[in-house]
Design a protein around this ligand. Structure first.
Ligand code: ZN
Length: 612
């Protein structure tokens, strides 16, 4: 952000003189006569002033947009650590959607008038993200329209849980915010019921489950906190009244959904959860933002799956005599790979030691990254390993919970599922899956130098836009990229066991892409999907069934891992080619991460720009 221009010029620009500035600046290069140094200097000064003013105008406009954005999307604001609007809950009715649409169109109009070419690199890439976001917002409201068919869109619990559980302010202040926010819960669910048309089946089932879970946020803990707080008796009375109304509204919504569910079970007249090729490609373009179509990525994934099977076969053949000294390998290569993987999975932690093992590995990863000089790690922000708090428990074994752009000083948590509380059977299956080898890949991916490291760099990036409108493919792609990068650098001492297990992990990433496309576009059923995951991907059946469910609930997101990974790897190879002997891996990593959560093609443009 820059703040060097006289105020007068800024306000003139803000009043709508942008268009003529744009024409001038695009002409000036040609008008300059090469020999006339005074004229050249003058022109350069004008150009500089113009591009500064464009940058200034861009900054002002994007700040204004973010302010309005948080008013329109207070729950999103809370998830980013911006609590100034936390007492508000928007009611998802037609009037609200009209306002969002008007917001998107109006800012689209204003941002389109800026001359992208005259912006500095950082603002230019922010602008691309903003335009993509505004287009996508309009597309969601007018084309994709999940508010009509996805009842799981309606769930108020998450922000309430964050307000209650994040210590961003004293408890009393948070409880007052909570209370204000509760007021709209009944009208919120009322609008949801009025908006919904014919739902899709998996989304309907999920909505029932999630809203049942949501009720817990409004019981027990919150009542205890309220009772022990310094709120006045009158405040407490009002709080309890609103709390009761909110619970009632959620229960009524659940009943409404259950009734719809039994009607539709009868008629089997659900909306198709598969979104089809056209919507898929549109969603892919908005969300993934790489230079290829969903179909192209899918085809690439099919080829990659074959290559991975080849590599895994080689390693399985090498390891066979060590683990099965008196046994002939089976005929089929997938069977052989599967047997070796099964054998290796026997090396795992116990229910009781799992979390401690995860914790123990973090300093080892830090030491390795330092020793090999792979990138600089911020020592001021230690990672706190903890058991996943109840309100955050879902599907994942481990996840990173990083502070948002407004709350950079807060702790970063590494949430680990409480496996010690599981039944022996369930725990055993999980422990085999996250065995001694896989646990290392998991820790690289989630923690160091994967998500945790990337998010710390992202919070240091000067761009608020990139933090807010972050690109999922870049974030997941980085984590997947680091797994390979660490192993290539010698982590695990090139043990064939670790590499084989790593290929299984990467195969899962590749299969996620295939699965998503084949379910959403080609319409494969659960049986075909399970064959892909279990027989061709060596996944446990329970895990694969969970993935099938996830793949029927989301679209495109499952491709982000492979899309981002492939793009980052291609960029690294391109930079190696361009820089030759001057290529430095550490410098590449730090530069790459310094731009924040931008789409990889945008980072590529910025990196190439700086080379020149
Ligand atoms: Zn991840």
């Amino acid at each position: 952000m820059k703040a060097t221009l006289p105020t007068l010029l800024i306000s003139a620009l803000a009043l709508g003189l942008v268009a003529c500035d744009r024409e001038q600046s695009s002409d000036t290069d040609m008008q300059t006569s090469p020999g006339d140094s005074a004229a050249e200097l003058a022109t350069a000064a004008v150009n500089k002033a113009e591009s500064d003013s464009q940058d200034q105008h861009f900054d002002t406009l994007s700040e204004k947009m973010i302010e309005e954005l948080w008013q329109l999307f207070p729950s999103w604001a809370v998830s980013k650590g911006y609590y100034a609007v936390a007492d508000q809950l928007q009611v998802p009715n037609d009037a609200y959607r009209d306002r969002v649409l008007a917001f998107a169109r109006q800012y689209r109009e204003q941002f389109s008038q800026l001359d992208a070419e005259s912006l500095d690199a950082n603002d230019r890439s922010d602008l691309a993200l903003i335009l993509n976001f505004l287009d996508r917002t309009e597309w969601e409201l007018t084309e994709f329209q999940p508010h009509l068919w996805n009842p799981a869109e309606y769930n108020v619990s998450h922000s309430f849980a964050l307000i209650l559980n994040t210590e961003y302010a004293p408890l009393e202040e948070r409880l007052r915010t909570f209370s204000e926010r509760l007021e709209n819960v009944p009208v919120y669910y009322d609008a949801a019921e009025k908006t919904l048309e014919k739902p899709a089946s998996p989304q309907l089932v999920l909505a029932i489950q999630q809203n049942q879970g949501a009720l817990k946020v409004f019981e027990g803990e919150v009542e205890e906190k309220l009772a022990g707080s310094g709120l006045s008796e009158e405040e407490k009375r009002l709080f309890r009244e609103r709390l009761e109304n909110a619970r009632k509204a959620i229960r009524e919504y659940i009943t409404f959904l259950q009734t719809r569910h039994s009607e539709l079970e009868e008629s089997q007249d659900y909306r198709n959860f598969r979104i089809g090729e056209e919507l898929y490609e549109q969603k892919f373009a908005y969300e993934i933002q790489i230079g290829m179509t969903g179909r192209e990525l899918y085809e690439r994934a099919l080829t990659e799956k074959e290559k991975l099977h080849d590599k895994m076969e080689e390693l399985a053949t090498e390891l066979w005599p060590k683990y099965f000294p008196d046994q002939q390998p089976p005929e089929g290569r997938l069977e052989k790979i599967g047997m070796v993987l099964e054998k290796l999975s026997e090396h795992h932690a116990t229910k009781e030691t799992f979390k401690a093992e995860v914790e123990k590995q973090i300093p080892e990863l830090v030491a390795f990254v330092k020793e090999k000089d792979l990138l600089t790690l911020d020592e001021d922000k230690p990672l706190v390993v903890r058991t996943t708090p109840p309100y955050m428990r879902g599907f994942s074994v481990a996840s990173i919970n990083a502070p948002g752009p407004y709350d950079k000083g807060a702790n970063t948590y590494y949430n680990v599922m409480p496996i010690e509380e599981f039944s022996d059977d369930r725990a055993d299956s999980l422990l085999r899956e996250y065995n001694k080898y896989m646990m290392q890949i998991l820790n690289i991916h989630e923690a160091i130098p994967g998500h945790y490291t990337q998010l710390i760099y992202a919070n240091q990036s000067p761009s608020l836009i990139k933090s807010i409108l972050g690109n999922g493919a870049m974030i997941e792609g980085w984590a997947v990229y680091t797994e390979q990068m660490m192993l290539e650098a010698g982590y695990g001492d090139f043990s064939p066991e670790l590499w084989l297990m790593y290929y299984k992990w990467r195969l899962r990433v590749v299969i996620n892409t295939i699965l998503d496309y084949e379910i959403q576009v080609k319409g494969i059923d659960e049986e075909r999907a399970l064959d892909l995951m279990v027989r061709q991907g060596f996944q446990q059946k329970a895990e694969a069934m969970g993935k099938w469910r996830r793949a029927t609930l989301s679209q495109v997101q499952l491709t982000s891992y492979y899309a981002g990974y492939a793009d980052i790897l291609a960029l690294r190879e391109e930079m190696k080619e361009k820089l030759g002997d001057n290529f430095d891996l550490k410098a590449f990593h730090e530069k790459f991460l310094s731009y924040g959560n931008a789409p990889v093609p945008v980072i590529r443009e910025l990196m190439l720009g700086e080379l020149q």
